[in-house]
Design a protein around this ligand. Structure first.
Ligand code: CA
Length: 226
């Protein structure tokens, strides 16, 4: 897992980098907004830890610009400020979580791990893979313009697959994201629901969008180059 830390206070930055490195993360550090933004748009990070008070481009502006091109990477905002207005502004700018300084490393680690478990979240209001469209506002799904009726679980499964289009998702990942945590690991349930989805989404079409990756899990759309 690769993490970017954007923080101008050297002591704080070192503290985070050292702690995360000891937890076996690959960590890059940037001392200001401009270099943070450059790294964030160049590499594919699993989590970005972003301080708000930075020299030059401030944290909120970094976040806004980042979200123009990368809507998925989870961002944990760090700040000394604890004003509600700041939190709202930053959540609106696309922050996923918030941590007020000073903080214990253990708390930072818990939050980073929670963001990683959740995985990248696509914030787009509609998702599209080939001619399959999913609209999150109306919760409707169309293939080649024709409405497809799905149960709420089928919808949740398809949304998760489409939000991660091109990624191979294991049955365990799917269970954890689509069924709640109390769900008692009968991963066969995933195969059952994928079969239902295929009947509704792919059956009538020559191009099959839901793919089985043998021994691993499922993928929607073409597999992304790694
Ligand atoms: Ca700072």
């Amino acid at each position: 897992m690769r993490v970017l830390v954007v923080e101008d206070e050297e002591k704080v930055s070192r503290f985070i980098v050292r702690g995360l490195t000891a937890e076996r993360f690959a960590v890059d550090a940037a001392p200001d907004g401009a270099s943070g933004l450059e790294l964030a748009t160049t590499y594919d990070y699993d989590v970005i830890i972003l301080d708000l008070l930075l020299p030059g481009i401030g944290g909120t502006e970094v976040l806004r610009r980042l979200r123009l091109t990368n809507t998925n990477v989870p961002v944990l905002v760090l700040t000394a400020r604890d004003a509600v207005a700041d939190k709202v502004e930053n959540f609106e700018a696309g922050a996923d979580d918030y941590l007020t300084k000073p903080f214990a490393f253990a708390e930072l680690l818990v939050r980073v791990k929670a963001l990683l478990r959740r995985g990248p979240v696509s914030r787009a209001s509609s998702l599209r893979v080939s001619d399959l469209e999913l609209d999150r506002l109306s919760q409707t799904v169309k293939r080649a313009g024709n409405r497809i009726d799905l149960t709420s679980k089928e919808y949740a499964l398809l949304e998760y697959l489409m939000a991660n289009a091109g990624r191979v998702l294991s049955r365990t990942m799917i269970v954890e994201h689509v069924w709640d945590q109390s769900f008692d690991g009968v991963t066969n349930i995933v195969d059952v629901y994928v079969r239902h989805l295929r009947n509704k989404v792919d059956e009538a079409h020559e191009q099959k969008l839901i793919r089985t990756v043998r021994g691993v899990g499922y993928c929607v759309g073409d597999r992304a180059e790694v």
